[in-house]
Design a protein around this ligand. Structure first.
Ligand code: ADP
Ligand code: ASP
Ligand code: MG
Length: 404
């Protein structure tokens, strides 16, 4: 008998009717002769409203308490899904992250899985139960509730699939699979039949939130092949797996966009060894992640150092850098939001040239100014005005012939 791990996202369990739809799909999988573990998210909107509630009660809620609060979203769904299955005459049991054996480090709100021993879960499966596991949550060794970062139910599913050596891992969501770009932004985007772990990882970490990037990293590390597909129909989805030779024939697999970015410039910093180290050490010490970095050519012994980061971290980075600007002897700090990142991704870029040229030409024809550029082996990314990002995504998508 094979073992299938399924994950149903927030929209798929967004109301009682949808929970019953998920219950029917899980039962149908069991009736095909499989053992089933289903990981579920909080009902759509619930995590966001819990965050809002917290802010209404405290200007700076402790991260420990945030985790206790946020974990309730998924806990509601596991109970409701198990009830729905039981009401349909089958045996289901709900398990929290801790009950499923997910042990994490102590980094609240973005904890990493340290160990996963699904003893109870295996016992329930052996006893013929369908197991419904709460996504997004775990517990530290000393029994503190933790969460795994936004979108973290994907990670729960992949990690459980690895731990139970599942025969199949299916991520059910509200689109038919991974598309060449977010279909809500680029209407001509096409569903991909397959994509490599590396491409999926680059897409996820550059804004394609259809999969949480950490979950893809985990899947690659433990070789968990998975399928992304819709919970609203029976269409086959996208298989995410290790790169094959034939994948390199496609130069650009997809386009990603990431909004809510901000750019910070340390203006006219002295161009001498140690300046960049001081600036970025202060940012690291404040626990802020940054993205692109650009240092301009030096004029009269000074240079501008710019970097991008999430807009939400802007106030934090300004506070962290204020003393550094003084101590390195820079002229000042400039920051601006209202920018966004546009990336093209494909493993074929390793062996083909001309991708950047084609991307820049498409943007230029549309009159879209490029503010920053960065590249990796399989990605070219630019920063543009946020107001232009949808248009930029559409023209670049078109230029690479990715559309329908
Ligand atoms: P879930 O709640 O099921 O986890 P998410 O909202 O996290 O679902 O992810 C699904 C959404 O991801 C889609 O509705 C879509 O708008 C968005 N998305 C962004 N980029 C892509 C892409 N390249 N392919 C498919 N969907 C994408
Ligand atoms: N409910 C969590 C979130 O909204 C986790 C998830 O849905 O994957 O981020
Ligand atoms: Mg998600």
């Amino acid at each position: 008998m094979s073992l299938i791990v399924q994950k149903y996202g927030g929209t798929s369990v967004g109301n009682p009717e949808r929970i019953k739809n998920v219950a029917r799909r899980i039962i149908a999988t069991q009736e095909e002769g499989h053992r089933v573990v289903a990981v579920v998210s909080a009902m759509s909107g619930v995590t966001d409203s819990l965050i809002k509630l917290a802010r209404e009660c405290s200007p700076a809620p402790e991260e420990r308490e945030m985790d206790v609060l946020l974990a309730t979203g998924e806990q509601t769904t596991i109970a409701l899904t198990a009830m729905a299955i039981n009401a349909m005459g089958k045996k289901a049991v709900s398990l929290t992250g801790a009950q499923a054996g997910i042990v994490t480090d102590g980094v609240h709100t973005k904890a990493k899985i340290a160990d996963l021993t699904p003893k109870q879960l295996k016992q329930y499966l052996d006893d013929g139960y369908i197991c419904i596991v709460a996504g997004f949550q775990g517990q530290t060794k000393d029994h503190r509730i933790t969460t795994l970062g936004r979108g973290g139910s994907d990670l729960t599913a992949i990690a459980i699939a690895a731990a139970v050596k599942a025969d199949l891992c299916q991520i059910f969501t509200d689109v038919d699979g991974v598309y060449t770009c977010d279909p809500r932004v680029v209407p001509t985007a096409k569903k991909l039949d397959e994509i490599s772990f590396d491409e999926m990882l680059e897409m996820a970490s550059s804004g394609s939130k259809v999969m949480q990037s950490r979950s893809v990293e985990f899947a690659k590390k433990f070789g968990v092949v998975f399928e992304v597909r819709s919970s609203f129909n029976q269409n086959p989805g996208t298989i995410v797996k290790e790169e094959t030779k034939s994948m390199e024939a496609v130069v650009v697999r997809g386009v990603s966009i990431e909004k809510n970015q901000a750019k910070v410039t340390v203006c006219r910093a002295p161009d001498r060894p140690g300046t960049a180290a001081q600036v970025f050490s202060a940012i690291a010490a404040a626990g802020i992640s940054i993205d692109m970095i650009v240092q301009n050519v030096s004029h009269e012994g000074t240079t501008d150092i710019s970097f991008t980061l999430s807009k939400d971290e802007l106030a934090k980075v300004e506070a962290a850098l204020a003393p550094v600007v003084k101590s390195v002897g820079a002229v000042g700090l400039e920051s601006r939001s209202g920018i966004a990142k546009l990336s093209v991704i494909g493993v074929g870029m390793k062996s083909h040239s001309g991708v950047a040229a084609k991307m820049f030409e498409a943007l230029s024809k549309a009159g879209i100014n490029i503010q920053m550029i960065s590249t990796s082996e399989i990605k070219t990314a630019v920063i543009v005005d946020e107001a232009k990002i949808a248009e930029g995504a559409n023209v670049v998508h078109e230029a690479f012939g990715l559309g329908k």
